[in-house]
Design a protein around this ligand. Structure first.
Ligand SMILES: Nc1ncnc2c1ncn2[C@@H]1O[C@H](COP(=O)(O)OP(=O)(O)OP(=O)(O)O)[C@@H](O)[C@H]1O
Ligand SMILES: [Mg+2]
Length: 237
């Protein structure tokens, strides 16, 4: 499958004003709690974030989830598994390589590719140099072996992925993960596309932890808050 996505701006995780930031941080804390309660195991918990289409907020959401988990004193590794249109390294202010493709092709070691961030307990493996075969790389036994090795050193591994309905890259990762979170975005996502994503995930027997509605209407969110005591622009079911 070809990747027809266009570059879609930058990933924002700290560009909100103060009152918005408070609401967003609270929403991510709620998401964090839901993840902690949903994935019960002692060793490393592996979470894949994906969505049906492009620009629905996968990277923004996964970066913020990783930060939120790290702030709760978990040792977190964020892996940029969007090997095609990777942007997340820019958000962290780090280089794109060495990263996943460098490790998988033997051009760099794991130790060289894990980069610290300004957030305590949060480390990143960026996408790495552009490779002609991202799907094959992510589905390879070498990738599985790499994740098994990384599991030994972290409490959580958060994997950001490309859109499932456009390229198949996320599927092998979703299969090996302990849970998958599907992001949908107001005005972009459709029921038809979401249905297609959920069917693909069901087919490979991935465990879907839930959906995150990104960019929810603020006025409707306020009504939601009044009725259900849930605040913020992101709602997690
Ligand atoms: N809730 C939001 N409010 C405002 N801007 C947002 C919100 N969520 C995402 N964005 C912006 O929308 C753009 C796309 O978001 P992001 O890169 O997180 O999506 P994505 O699903 O990872 O995209 P891609 O499919 O290209 O990887 C970015 O510029 C991001 O800053
Ligand atoms: Mg992305």
């Amino acid at each position: 499958m070809g990747d027809e996505r266009k570059g879609s701006g930058r990933v924002a995780f700290d560009s909100y004003n103060n009152s918005e930031l408070f609401g967003v941080q609270e929403a991510y804390k709620a998401i964090r709690t839901n993840i902690i309660l949903s994935v019960i195991k002692d060793d490393c918990k592996k979470i894949v974030i994906t969505s049906p289409l492009q620009a629905e907020g996968k990277s923004t959401t996964s970066v913020n989830i990783a930060i939120s988990l790290a702030q709760a004193f978990n040792k977190v590794l964020f892996i940029d598994c969007d090997l095609r249109l990777s942007k997340v390294h820019k958000a962290f202010g780090i280089a794109r390589d060495p990263g996943i493709t460098n490790i998988l092709s033997g051009l760099a070691t794991v130790e060289e590719s894990i980069q610290a961030t300004k957030f305590e307990n949060l480390f990143v493996i960026p996408a790495g140099i552009s490779a002609p075969n991202p799907s094959e790389m992510l589905a390879s036994p070498k990738m599985q072996h790499l994740i098994s090795k990384l599991e030994e050193s972290f409490d959580y591994i958060i994997m950001d992925t490309p859109p499932i309905n456009i390229v198949s890259d996320a599927l092998p990762l979703a299969k090996l993960a302990d849970g998958v979170i599907v992001v949908v975005r107001r005005k972009i996502s459709t029921y038809t596309e979401l249905d297609k994503t959920l069917k693909s995930l069901k087919f490979i027997e991935a465990k879907v932890l839930g959906l995150i509605l990104n960019d929810a209407n603020e006025e409707r969110s306020k009504k939601y808050y009044n009725r259900y005591g849930n605040n913020g622009r992101y709602n997690y079911n």
